[in-house]
Design a protein around this ligand. Structure first.
Ligand SMILES: NC(=O)c1ccc[n+]([C@@H]2O[C@H](COP(=O)([O-])OP(=O)(O)OC[C@H]3O[C@@H](n4cnc5c(N)ncnc54)[C@H](O)[C@@H]3O)[C@@H](O)[C@H]2O)c1
Length: 254
């Protein structure tokens, strides 16, 4: 379809899972993609270059964005996708888990937006896409640091959208559907059971991926938050009804 022809995109956490799917989709749509991660990938498709980037390291952000700018003269899309999860509820959460999850999932998003905004402003616009989570919208169970970070990502995204609207820089948060990737491998059994009562059986990322990029991408973009708010269920509907109404609006592929 080439909807991203001529665009340059940077995707974080793109060695596997959702980030890899986004990088591949963007490349299919004609973008030049710089896929970054702390782990080296298997081979990527054409149009995808790899750069090492730990999103918690501001020096590495400066270097990677500087290199993209020097090589391509622009950077149109940043996808802040890298994420980690810890499942501890707040009473057993350690400071170490808190700092590491907040570092990657929240601070990493801020550092990324901060690094690319000067380039986007100079070229007259750009698009910031930040991965939030249902845990940042409806609360979720356990995973306290993750819920805190993903909630913060939503407000940071709104703040960025308002602050940089005059620079023609858009900011959006995406709330992916529940999908089996390496990130969710460590989910406690009891939590999986409870999530399944709301979301149904967890679909497998690799299986969706093999069925086609567009199908995968449409699943990953149910625009959960907007539907949630738009339908006015924010405060008082039973959670299962809210969740079902959200998925009624999402592509039915599982
Ligand atoms: N899978 C789901 O059901 C789901 C649901 C809601 C939100 N999300 C969010 O979507 C994003 C991607 O999740 P996923 O399921 O594909 O996870 P994943 O574990 O498969 O991929 C995450 C990637 O981030 C990378 N990463 C970790 N720490 C990093 C760091 N410091 N710097 C750079 N990269 C780092 C990992 O190496 C990995 O490649 C995450 O932000 C996650 O919170 C996932």
């Amino acid at each position: 379809m080439n909807r991203l022809e001529g665009k340059v995109a940077l995707v974080t956490g793109a060695t596997q899972g959702i980030g890899r799917g986004i990088a591949e989709l963007f490349a299919t749509e004609g973008a030049t993609v710089v896929a970054t991660d702390v782990r080296h990938p298997e081979v990527y498709a054409e149009r995808i270059a790899f750069a090492f980037l730990d999103v918690t390291d501001e020096q590495q952000w400066a270097e990677v964005v500087g290199e993209i700018d020097a090589r391509h003269g622009r950077l149109d899309v940043l996808v802040n996708n890298a994420g980690i999860i810890g499942y501890s509820p707040l009473d057993t959460l350690t400071s170490e888990e808190w700092e590491s999850v907040i570092g990657v999932d929240q601070m990493g998003v801020w550092l990324g937006m901060r690094a690319v905004i000067p380039v986007m402003r100079r070229q007259g616009g750009g698009s910031l896409i930040n991965m939030s989570s249902a845990w940042g919208v409806i609360g979720g169970e356990g995973a306290h640091a993750y819920a805190a970070a993903k909630g913060a990502v939503r407000s940071m995204t709104r703040n960025a959208a308002v602050t940089y609207a005059g620079d023609n820089i858009r900011a959006n948060a995406v709330v992916p559907g529940w999908i089996h990737t390496p990130l969710t491998d460590a989910q406690p059994r009891h939590l999986i059971k409870r999530i399944e009562t709301f979301f149904g059986r967890q679909p497998d990322y690799e299986k969706l991926r093999s069925r086609g990029q567009l199908e995968l991408a449409s699943y990953l973009s149910p625009v959960m938050e907007e539907t949630f708010r738009g339908r006015g269920h924010w405060n008082n509907a039973p959670m299962h009804r809210v969740l079902m109404s959200l998925f009624a609006n999402a592509p039915a592929i599982w």
